[in-house]
Structures are given as C-alpha cells and as structure tokens.
Design a protein around this ligand. Structure first.
Ligand code: B12
Ligand code: SF4
Length: 512
C-alpha cells in the first residue's frame, strides 16, 4: 500500500484542524532549513554528554479508556525512546539511560531524585497530547537538575513551539527523534547552541521539518538497561515484548491523529523483522510479541514472507498484531496462524452503518463479520476495538455496537469513549457542532490540566461501562476468559478487572 508522503518542504501541520489562538510566546524564527535526510551516524567516538530519555505518563486525564481497564491493561514499552537510544549509541553517545517511570513505579519526586543522582546534561521527554501533564512534570524535574530539556513525541506534531510556554522546556523536537537527538547532543557536546537541525525548535530558532527515516536504517530499539521484567500486557504471557514492523496508514479515519510519518507507509524487511523476533526470543526468553504497527497487513506480500521466514528459522513465538477488516484475506490468515499469530486486533469501531460512514472507516458490517469469522476459523483470536459516545450517537446506535460486539466470534473487546484529539477531523466536526469549545487543547497545552475534554454525548462513560459489562460479563465469555487466564497466567489482573467491571462505581475516568 502506498501512503501519501508530504511533499518536500511542506509545513508540518497539513490538514491541521486545531483552531489557533495567539499564545504568549515571542519567538524570532529564522528561515526553515531544507529537508534532507542526514541520519548522523559518524564513526563512533566516545562522547561524554550524559543523556536521559524519559517517559513519565501513565493514566492520563484525557484517556479514551475507562479507568478500570486502563489501570490493568499493562505497562507497555515505549519503542520510540528505544530507537532514539540506539541512534545515540550509533553516534557515539555511551552515557544514555532510558527512564520509564510507569515500569519503574516512580512518581514525580522519585523521577526528580533519580535525575538528580544521574546528573544528565540533556533530558529528552516523550509525550502524547493526553499524556502532557506527566511530561511537563518530568520536564520540571529535569530542569531542576540543571539539564537542557527537549520535549518530543506525537504531541509535538500538532502543538510544537506552543510547548515553549513552559519555562522548563528548552527545545521541542518535531518528528524523528532518531535524527534530532544525535544532532542536538553533538552540538551540546561541543558547547554550541544548536543550529541547522531539522525538526528542532527553540525560543530563537526553528529548524524546519525533520526528515523521515526507515527504522530499519536505525537498528533495533535498545532494551538493555530497561526493567524488561516490569513490562506486561494483560493480553500476554510474560515475558512479553513489543515491536514495530511498519509505519504509516493511507486510510483517514476521522478520529485518528496523523503524524507526518504516518502519511507514508514504510516497511522493514521480513529478514530484519524476523531477526528481531528471534533476538527477543533468545535474549529475553520472550513468549509473546505485540506489534505496534498501525496496520500490520497493509503489504500482504511482506506478511507472507515474514510467515515463511518464521517457518524457515523454526522460530517458536506467539505474536499478535493490529489490522483492518478489509485487509485479511483467507490465505493470509492461514499463513499467519501457522506462523504463530495468536490474535488479531481489528479496528471495528461501531455497529451502526451511519456512524461508521461518519467515522470515514471505509468498512461495513458485512466485511466486519467476514473478517472476524475467517480469523476465528483460521484459529486466530479476535480482539475488537470499538468507540462509544460518538458525536450525536443515539442510545439505539450505541446498542448496535454492543450487539455487534457480542454477536461476533471475538475473544476480547475494548470500548473507548470518543475523544476529539487535536488535529483530527473529529475535532473539527465537534467544534463546528458546538459539542466542545474550540480552545480546549490550547489551554491544556498551557497547563490547564484540571478539566477533561467534554464527552460528546451525555453518559458516554456509562455507555463504555455498560458495553464492557455486556461483553465480558456474559455466559459465553466464561470459557474464553478461563482459557485466556490459563494460557497467559494473567489470573489476578483479569479477575480483578472483571470484578471492577461488575462493580458499578469504580469505572470512572480519573478526575484530577
Ligand atoms: C503503541 C501505541 C500506544 C501504546 C504504547 C505507547 C507508546 N507511545 O509507545 C499504548 C497502548 C500504551 C498507547 C496508549 C495511548 N495512546 Co497510543 N499509540 C501507539 C502507536 C500505535 C504507535 C507508537 C509507536 O511505537 N510508534 C513508533 C515509534 C518508533 O515512534 P514514536 O514512539 O512516535 O517515536 C518517534 C517520534 O514520535 C519521536 N519521538 C518520540 N519521543 C520523543 C522524544 C524526544 C525528546 C524527541 C526529540 C523525539 C521523540 O521520535 C521517535 C522515532 O524517531 C501510535 C500511533 C503511531 N502511528 O505512532 C499511537 C498514538 C501515539 N497513541 C495515541 C493515543 C491518543 C493514546 C492514548 C491517549 C489512548 C488512550 N488509552 O486513551 C494512550 C495514551 C498513553 C499516554 N499515557 O500518553 C495517539 C496520540 C495522538 C497525540 N496527539 O499525541 C496516537 C498517535 C494514535 C493516533 N493515531 O491517534 N499507545
Ligand atoms: S484508525 Fe487505523 S486504519 Fe484508521 S487511519 Fe488510523 S491507523 Fe489507519
């Protein structure tokens, strides 16, 4: 599948639907640098700069998931930081640590103390937009140690220089950290103020758009030094790991936020993908691998080859991946099942045809039933992603989603509440409709972290809770759930999640 790469030199926020308000930041930007692709991998020399890469957010105010589920879903590794770590190592920076506070069980003060001990020169903090409150806390902790601080991640592709409103942030990285971080570290190593670094923004400088990078050119994400045994998913036996084999998706679902890199499909070769799978099995004894791709089966031929290589190498590892209902032909499903694929996560989203159309999903109920049934017959368990509380969703439309979820041969389901993320067509529609204020995210970015963005229909959260209960707390689920717990060993999490769903008062999204 081909994606649509933004043409050279195009501004970052194409199609950005976020209403702009003037923010109190005065910057003198130079002319944007041309887009080139300098992955700075000079021969490694030992460089002394001390660098910390931080993920410090877990549950967040604007999560789309109810608390009872989000809290137990797991602690999943952050691959972006792992890739940045690898790129820094390749550029000769040996003093790099990754700090994953949800995995390490650290709060803000714990993070501050850890950073104070490590005394980094440069701290890179990653964030999504909803995860910003935690990220700002991390930036403050980092700044208090005297380090230079850079913020990056999906969030900075929709809000970039606006983040400089926070005095604890020196730089914002927009796009590929694997090119931005080595270049910034190199400049700081020599005591220079950074210049000519595509993707880097400071209060006095704007480096223009960062180049895209195929992750295969970077190498595998660094996992050494991470508390690998602390990561888990409620879906998988331990130890488990995550990987990404492709990036990008040419579809345009209206709730989905598109980073520049998502508009172009980039694939790693089957050789490289299966090589990393084998490495995870050998080095860490990993029993199950979860793919973070947007749509794993976009390029069918590549998936057939991956399956073939898994056979050829005699690799025995369970794996699972996300896909769309229109991208799983029968032959592919048999090949995947034979190669160890135990689960497919389908973006089904809704049971009402009119809402599916408004979501721009480009699917229909027939395709959904066909795909999930075919996967089931091929021996692959189905996980359905659903969204409840869509703009103007009626009670009848909502119930169609629940009925569909219960009718399909699915073993798992998640019911997110619709959340208009900035920069998405859904956001634009909701603002035009008057369902949400146009400046919510602007004030959120400036630190107004006390109020959740409004739900789009009254009682959306109750609908999510009702959907979970209807799906999981029914007789037909007893067997699949028992099998799940026996295979994955996730007894405690699964049982307490079910109990929590059964209780009516415990499923609210966390209020700050
Ligand atoms: C896997 C995944 C998850 C996983 C793991 C989280 C993670 N980030 O690894 C889980 C399931 C936990 C998750 C949760 C959520 N997610 Co999520 N997730 C993804 C997904 C599908 C892939 C991420 C990934 O691994 N990409 C590949 C790696 C290599 O790229 P990367 O991490 O983005 O890093 C690159 C750049 O961003 C940059 N970079 C990253 N960090 C830094 C730091 C610095 C300093 C610099 C300079 C650069 C930099 O450099 C990296 C490589 O060069 C993306 C969609 C996507 N296509 O990216 C959504 C996505 C990031 N998620 C999203 C959302 C909304 C959520 C949730 C809010 C959903 C919810 N439950 O309510 C939560 C929030 C979690 C949180 N606390 O913030 C949105 C974020 C939109 C936004 N405006 O920020 C995305 C973009 C999905 C979408 N299309 O709408 N997610
Ligand atoms: S939701 Fe999935 S299929 Fe739709 S645009 Fe996003 S990644 Fe692509």
């Amino acid at each position: 599948m081909t994606g649509t790469a933004p043409p050279q030199g195009q501004p970052r926020r194409q199609g950005g639907t976020r209403p702009r308000t003037a923010l109190p930041i005065v910057n003198a930007f130079g002319p944007p640098a041309p887009r080139s692709a300098p992955l700075r991998t000079r021969p490694p020399r030992s460089r002394r700069l001390r660098i910390a890469l931080v993920r410090h957010h877990d549950l967040c105010l604007n999560t789309r998931q109810i608390n009872a589920v989000q809290r137990r879903a797991g602690v999943l590794p952050h691959l972006g930081l792992g890739y940045i770590h690898t790129a820094l190592k390749k550029a000769g920076f040996g003093n790099v640590v990754q700090i994953d506070t949800p995995a390490m069980g650290l709060d803000g003060e714990g993070l501050r103390r850890l950073l104070a001990d490590y005394r980094p020169d440069l701290v890179g903090v990653t964030t999504t937009t909803p995860g910003l409150p935690g990220a700002i806390e991390a930036c403050r902790a980092a700044k208090s140690t005297g380090a230079r601080v850079i913020l990056g991640g999906s969030h900075t592709e929709v809000y970039d220089r606006e983040n400089l409103y926070h005095a604890c942030i020196d730089y914002v990285g927009v796009g590929e950290g694997v090119t931005i971080m080595p270049a910034l570290a190199e400049a700081l190593e020599h005591g220079d103020e950074p210049e000519d670094i595509p993707g880097l923004i400071s209060r006095t400088y704007d480096g223009g758009a960062a180049p895209m990078v195929n992750l295969e050119d970077v190498g595998w994400p660094e996992r050494e030094g991470l508390p690998v045994d602390r990561f888990f998913s409620i879906m998988a036996p331990r130890p488990f790991a995550t990987m990404i084999s492709s990036r990008g998706c040419p579809f345009k679902c209206s709730f989905c936020f598109k980073q520049a890199v998502d508009r172009r499909s980039m694939y790693r070769s089957p050789d490289d993908v299966v090589g990393e799978m084998a490495h995870l099995r050998e080095r860490w004894g990993v029993k199950e691998i979860m793919f973070y791709d947007d749509v794993f089966t976009l390029h069918r031929g590549r998936v057939f080859e991956i399956c073939e290589q898994i056979h050829d190498k005699g690799l025995k590892v369970r794996w699972e991946a996300p896909t769309r209902v229109d991208l799983v032909p029968g032959k592919l499903l048999s090949a995947m099942s034979g190669a160890g694929c135990v689960r497919l996560r389908f973006g089904i989203e809704h049971g009402d045809p009119e809402i599916l159309r408004r979501m721009r999903k480009e699917s229909n109920l027939e395709k959904i039933e066909d795909a999930v049934t075919s996967a089931h017959l091929a021996g692959i368990k189905g996980f359905g992603y659903f969204i409840v509380g869509w703009l103007r969703e009626s009670r009848e439309q909502f119930r169609r989603t629940v009925d569909l979820a219960c009718r399909l041969p699915l073993d798992y389901a998640s019911f997110y509440t619709a959340t208009p993320l900035p920069g998405t067509p859904l956001h634009e529609e909701c603002v035009a409709d008057g369902a949400i204020p146009g400046d919510y995210w602007d004030s959120f970015v400036q630190g107004q972290f006390t109020r959740r963005i409004g739900y789009l229909v009254q009682g959306a959260e109750a609908r999510a809770r009702e959907a979970y209960r209807s799906f999981f707390l029914r007789r037909e689920m007893v067997r699949p759930l028992l099998t799940h717990m026996a295979v994955t060993g996730q007894w405690r999490n699964t049982a307490s999640g079910l109990l929590s769903l059964a209780r009516s008062d415990s499923n609210t999204v966390r209020d700050f």
